[in-house]
Design a protein around this ligand. Structure first.
Ligand code: AMP
Ligand code: ZN
Length: 500
């Protein structure tokens, strides 16, 4: 039996997974910053960790999955400008910062549901852990690794680095290069060194989100919340810490420095980084203006798209590449994913209709067994979903041949039939979190919608505009547009999925 191997970004090699306290596993993943809608790139990262979480459960581990909500403003945006994202958005939308937090947290949860992502066991918020963040800063000050200036507190990177703790251990950067290349963006030149990062920032009076601290009114630095919340719920050292590749530096590097500075040890044994979703060859990002919202994908309401794609087809596209590879999104990929998913889901439903009459172990039985084992060893090889899907396609070919009588059912043993069921349900449904019922729901809805469209057409033909307008308006009130028949279906799919 193979053993789970995971690529550890910290050691830069694949390692055999050995949890600290088996069968328990502590998994921490950096969650979303809730100042805007999550885009499809964010969804890819959270889908990757959902698959990882699900596979660990599938392997029999008892996982405590912690994923935070960043609801206190970041200090810098992706261009490095000093902004408080929650507050800027609040001003833009004329809402309270906490209304922004609530609005986008709810939106994030709805997207997770649509993509069938399991909720974490704990979903702590940065604003709910201000006291613990202040306590960690006090520890760092006591350990001589932080300094206060004008009501702000900074982490002293050079001092930390002198204490035998290389800063840059995760991202492979060296401190001299970092100092040379750094622009001082959030320190207003008050830091001792440009690479020092904020643990606490003094707030000006007009700043809305601020808290009392031993250093005056202010707010915590972004990196601190993850150090505090991961160790609070998973211990000073836990099994896996994850996030998107773009968080490796500075976010995770700073987290490591904060944890070592406070507790003298690395927070996580394994650091996992998932790769980016690109669009037009560039990382999908709100600030690059190339982000696509999940809802745009589902409704087909985007210039890139020929039609809407179901969340499951989108997720299947993600799973067809390894979590650590970059993925470019395009129509061809989406169309292929839609077809591929249908082929596997169809094969899964055909299994139910197969009968097994084999009395001895045939070649087919052996092939099924070895392909089933391959699924496990592919997943054990650093969660290779792409290879696992390819193996499921091979199994689907056997299933189709059995269904069509190309392979006789006296070559199929009942144990193999059972194994087919276990593999398809186990990997497609449990590990990949793909939902089969969508197809049926769509079929019924398609039929109902066709009846409604026909009734409206008849009303229009009879010049009964009162009825035809009533049908259009009432559907519109439910978010379904009839004027463009290409799109109504996807509005409908979206609505029905929101209800599940
Ligand atoms: P944020 O809300 O910006 O902190 O991002 C939430 C998560 O999404 C982080 O783990 C990011 O690394 C990840 N992320 C951001 N952009 C992309 C992208 N284009 N592709 C994949 N993951 C992304
Ligand atoms: Zn984080």
């Amino acid at each position: 039996m193979s053993k789970l191997q995971i690529y550890n970004s910290l050691t830069r090699k694949k390692e055999t997974f050995a949890p600290i306290n088996p069968p328990h596993v502590g998994l921490y993943v950096c969650g979303p910053t809730v100042y805007s809608n999550v885009h499809l790139g964010n969804v890819r990262t959270f889908s990757s960790f959902d698959m990882i979480y699900r596979y660990l459960i599938f392997c029999g581990y008892k996982v405590r999955y912690v994923r935070n909500i960043t609801d206190a403003g970041h200090l810098t945006n992706e261009q490095g400008e000093g902004v408080n994202r929650m507050e800027s958005q609040a001003k833009l939308e004329l809402l309270e910062p906490m209304e922004i937090v609530q609005k986008y947290t709810v939106g994030f949860h709805q997207i997770c549901q649509l993509f069938n992502l399991l909720p974490p066991n704990i979903e702590p918020t940065a604003t709910g852990h201000i006291i613990e963040q202040i306590e960690m800063i006090e520890e760092l000050l006591k350990n001589g690794l932080a300094y206060e200036i004008n009501g702000s507190v900074y982490f002293d990177v050079t001092k930390y680095n002198q204490n035998k703790h290389p800063y840059g251990i995760l991202s492979g950067r060296n401190i001299e290069e970092l100092i040379a290349g750094y622009r001082d963006l959030d320190g207003q030149n008050e830091k001792r060194n440009s690479i020092d990062f904020a643990l606490w920032k003094a707030a000006s009076p007009e700043h809305i989100m601020q808290w009392r601290s031993p250093w005056g009114m202010g707010f915590p630095g972004w990196h601190l919340e993850c150090s505090v919340m991961s160790t609070k719920y998973l211990g000073e050292t836990f099994d896996i810490h994850g996030g998107g590749m773009d968080l490796k530096f500075p976010h995770h590097e700073c987290e490591i420095a904060q944890n070592i500075g406070t507790y003298g040890k690395q927070p996580a044994n394994i650091w996992m980084h998932t790769n980016m979703l690109n669009f037009n060859g560039q990382k999908m990002s709100k600030s690059f203006g190339n982000s696509i919202l999940p809802i745009e994908m589902i409704t087909g309401n985007h210039p890139l798209l020929d039609k809407g794609y179901s969340p499951m087809a989108i997720k299947f596209l993600f799973l067809q590449s390894h979590y650590s590879s970059e993925l470019d999104i395009n129509i061809k990929g989406l169309q292929d994913a839609e077809k591929g998913l249908k082929r596997l889901m169809d094969a899964r439903s055909h299994i139910e209709k197969l009968t097994a009459k084999g009395t001895t172990i045939s070649d087919i039985d052996q092939q099924i067994e070895s392909l089933a084992n391959a699924c496990k060893s592919n997943m054990d090889d650093d969660f290779n979903t792409a290879k696992t899907i390819a193996t499921l396609f091979d199994l689907a070919t056997i299933i189709n041949s059995l269904k069509d009588g190309i392979i006789n059912n006296n070559q199929l043993h009942s144990d193999s039939l059972q194994l087919l069921k276990t593999v398809f349900n186990g990997y497609l449904i449990d590990v990949f979190g793909l939902k089969p019922m969508e197809e049926n729901t769509n079929k019924i809805l398609d039929d109902v919608m066709n009846v409604i469209i026909q009734l409206r057409k008849e009303a229009k033909d009879k010049k009964d505009f009162m009825t035809s307008d009533k049908i259009r308006n009432e559907l519109q009130a439910k978010g379904i547009q009839l004027k463009d028949e290409k799109k109504w279906r996807h509005h409908l799919v979206y609505l029905t999925q929101m209800m599940h």
